[in-house]
Write a protein that binds this ligand. Sequence first.
Ligand SMILES: Cc1cc2nc3c(=O)[nH]c(=O)nc-3n(C[C@H](O)[C@H](O)[C@H](O)COP(=O)(O)OP(=O)(O)OC[C@H]3O[C@@H](n4cnc5c(N)ncnc54)[C@H](O)[C@@H]3O)c2cc1C
Length: 542
Amino acid sequence: MYPFYNRGTFVVVALHFLGVTSVIDRCLPGESCFPDNPVILNFGKSLDGVLLLPYMQEYTEVVVTRDVVWTKFPIGIVVAKSTLDVQRSVLFAQKYNLLVSVRSSGHDFLGRSTAHGSLQILLGNMTKTSMILASPRNPAGEITCESGNTWLKVYEEVDKVDRVIVGGSAHTVCMGGYTLGGGHSPMSRTFGLAVDNLLEVEMVDAQGRIIAANDHMTRIQHLNGSVTSTNNSDIFWALRGGGGGTFGIVTNFTFKLHYPASGVATFDCSYPIVRSDETEIGHIVLKKMVSMLQNLPTEWGGYLIGSGTPNADSSWGSIMLAMNHYGSYDAPTRSYMDELKNFHPEWQQYCAYKRLNTFLEYESTPKDPPYVSTYLLNTLMQEDSFTDDWIQYIFTTLATKLPQPGIVTFTGILIGGKTSAVGIQETSVHPGFRSAVMSLSVGIVPVGENITGLREKAAEMAPQLAEYGNGQYPNEANADLTNWQNKFWGSNYHRLLSIKRQWDPNNFFTCRECVGSEDQTSSHAHVSDNHGVVFSAEMNKT
Ligand SMILES: Cc1cc2nc3c(=O)[nH]c(=O)nc-3n(C[C@H](O)[C@H](O)[C@H](O)COP(=O)(O)OP(=O)(O)OC[C@H]3O[C@@H](n4cnc5c(N)ncnc54)[C@H](O)[C@@H]3O)c2cc1C
């Protein structure tokens, strides 16, 4: 009946085998509601981009998500080229009652950007940008980027015109989910979160309308071509932290640009946790490092990183501050880190400043692998979170025995500074972000193919970590949380849910632990599970 569904046939059989087609109320291949082949092929021809179907070689390559533990099998992947392609895809999915998944890079740590049996709308090929170098709403100018741009590409573009922008540390992460979840940056302590720098968006909503929204207006381009405007900016507020895959598909983001500082420096300083003579120094070092964060000048941003693996010199583990200074090398703020440089130099594995010229030069250095497999847990740490009990938790965590070969690491992304200068209701991120000094994520990274039990281990470890802080970052959290609404959005959740119900009452857009996903009927709950739970045992791995 569907001759092109070679690999898709496997999907359909698997879905039936798992009993899903009988319970979800979105249309799947094999059901009478599903569009015939010619209809699907004609839809593909209507696009500026392409529609990849499971029998095609490119589908096999593209279907693998960047976080490979979450790869799933959509019924087709729209490789969109334009906002109109996104609109066409939404209208097609609405007409045939298809489940939709939205993907920019596919890096989501909870697998929210893919789903079995969905029509996947992939924005990774939408990479246009345009800049204005001085604008009435921001003297240093602004840049508009399609959602498929990676941060490295945008850093390179703005550097050419002598500007900087608040974006992610990774080279392969895209604007979309990063920004909609909040977006922290090596420069957040100087300029705030990505959502604090967002000026405007263009979005396709669940009805296929094209929306332009900023903090004082929302303009709707209706399907009949008419345009209406209102000064209600609820949807813009919701998009500034309420998460991806929820309110609509954002095709363009407009961000503030900033003038570059007169210099950039890095400071990396690492110590083992247990020295080769078996002395445990980790507790003393970690305490010293977190004390350095108390009065940290806002020019400094960066990361507190730990891992629990053996070192070549028979010492064990490492704790590191990997810092970046945004300002002149001669500024007094730069020498703030001297105190750590002079702290037990005989214990250090490495400790040095490096003088750089530009933020791009700093950003060009770290290289993230294009594909990862990681299970995360997270908490937002406030000043009073760094107790002795927490320090003990960190070392116990790094030494955790995993059910399969894997590495346990932690990364604390330093926030505070300008991030704390924004009111708790100004954006929709968890209010805990505004008093946090660090977003702390623990990662379990499988070594090799066997991931059995690692996801469960991460879920088991998540509650205790959460107790140290207030709130969790939805983009770097655990996939199996209870009460995620409160953990991700706190007192902002109520307003987010009411905006979701207003803009997308039927949950056309849905994903795991996303605003409104609890509204789904029991049959819809399986659609939500389809973003990862039901199939975890058999199909998380390809
Ligand atoms: C190596 C690495 C480094 C990272 N570094 C940082 C960092 O420095 N700072 C930080 O804050 N986070 C960081 N993250 C986390 C990152 O924010 C999340 O992985 C985020 O989900 C990535 O967004 P994406 O659009 O690239 O991913 P995707 O998986 O494509 O999308 C994530 C979610 O957003 C939705 N979505 C994507 N695009 C759109 C869109 N245009 N409109 C509506 N919904 C959309 C998807 O449906 C999904 O729900 C990092 C992740 C990795 C893997």
